[in-house]
Design a binder for this molecule. Structure first.
Ligand SMILES: [Zn+2]
Ligand SMILES: [Zn+2]
Length: 345
């Protein structure tokens, strides 16, 4: 695994250590050439290496699957609804949100705790089912955000890019599609993470197929539930994923402008109880920018941080360990409000 990293070609600035030329035979190469480049970019992120040069504009063709996901929610007009479809959509939202907040964010971006390689891979896959691309891409942009919060270089600052730019526009550009590899070199040694970085469509596609088969099975074996494959696909995958998208995106857009500031962090980050509930704890964003490397973002018992509670449960089960605590004295430092914390959201 590490050999691939060491052999990275200097001609490919974002080479993540894959050796695709070695494994793709002539027939594969011929097959690839039959597909136009814009289509290949949908399935293989290596086909877009270097696209950051076209960074200014939105890559509309490459964004078509993302836009089509939104359009697919209109399928609800034809498939209707059922209580079981709503419950499965809610469960799919919560489980994948936890994988994003607990693992894409607190683990892959900030290393706020430790886990085994097997569980790391499992949660990378579950997070991948959220269709927010892979852990290395996600973490690399997030590290860049913390380095330049609300100043030039921040990929998604509402004060620099406006609401839409910080909410979704930033990842739709050629630059946004690239992985900022220099921030995630440590993760490159894991072949499974490199695979997900290159083929990030695999987990969501498998998840969608699983949801469809579940709906088909329920129709066949539990017809009284009133659901079927297409209905569960629309609710459990499309609607659930779109809600998950825009809830997650609010951390980049709304949490840098809407809410209370407790700490003088030098950026526009805010604490917001509503966003914290929506994103399982990520709405305590001013706390997070004040002390990014810790496992919890709600610093007080009344700052509900469901991701942290989930991580505590996983640590009791022995699946994660060494949760990094909030260091003594940090909560008192650089306070804007009174140290009692009474002004928190
Ligand atoms: Zn932020
Ligand atoms: Zn962060």
């Amino acid at each position: 695994m590490a050999q691939g990293v060491a052999q990275s070609s200097p001609n490919k600035p974002h080479d993540l250590g894959h050796s695709e030329d070695a494994v793709a035979g002539p027939s594969a190469a011929t097959r690839e050439r039959r597909l136009p480049p814009w289509l290949r970019r949908w399935f293989d992120n290596h086909q877009a290496l270097g696209d950051e040069a076209r960074q200014a504009g939105v890559e509309w063709l490459r964004c078509l699957p993302f836009l089509a996901m939104h359009a697919a929610t209109l399928g609800v007009i034809w498939v209707g609804w059922s209580p079981v479809a709503i419950w499965i959509a809610a469960a799919a939202f919560l489980v994948r949100m936890f994988a994003i907040t607990g693992f894409y964010h607190r683990y892959f971006s900030h290393r706020a705790f430790r886990t085994s390689r097997a569980f790391q891979g499992l949660m990378a896959f579950v997070g991948g089912c959220a269709a927010q691309r892979d852990p290395m891409w996600w973490a690399s942009h997030h590290v860049q955000h913390h380095l330049h919060s609300d100043s030039p270089g921040d990929p998604h600052s509402p004060s620099l890019s406006g609401f839409l730019g910080s909410h979704a526009g930033w990842f739709m550009t050629g630059e946004g599609f690239q992985t900022r590899s220099k921030f995630v070199r440590d993760w490159e040694r894991f072949a499974e993470l490199r695979f997900l970085n290159r083929f990030d469509w695999v987990p969501p596609l498998l998840f969608a197929a699983l949801i469809y088969v579940l709906g088909w099975s329920l129709e066949r074996f539990r017809p009284t539930l009133g659901t079927n494959g297409p209905q569960l696909l629309v609710w459990g995958f499309f609607i659930s994923t779109i809600c998950l998208y825009h809830a997650t995106f609010t951390v980049n857009s709304l949490a840098h402008g809407w809410g209370q500031r407790r700490f003088a962090t030098g950026d526009d980050s805010r604490n917001n109880w509503f966003l914290a509930l929506l994103t399982l704890g990520e709405g305590w964003h001013n706390n997070h920018h004040h002390c990014p490397g810790v496992a919890r973002q709600g610093f007080y018992w009344w700052e509900i941080d469901i991701t942290y509670y989930g991580l505590v449960v996983l640590s009791k089960l022995g699946l994660v360990w060494d949760l990094r605590p909030v260091p003594a004295g940090v909560v008192e430092r650089r306070r804007i409000d009174s140290p009692s914390g009474g002004s928190a959201a």
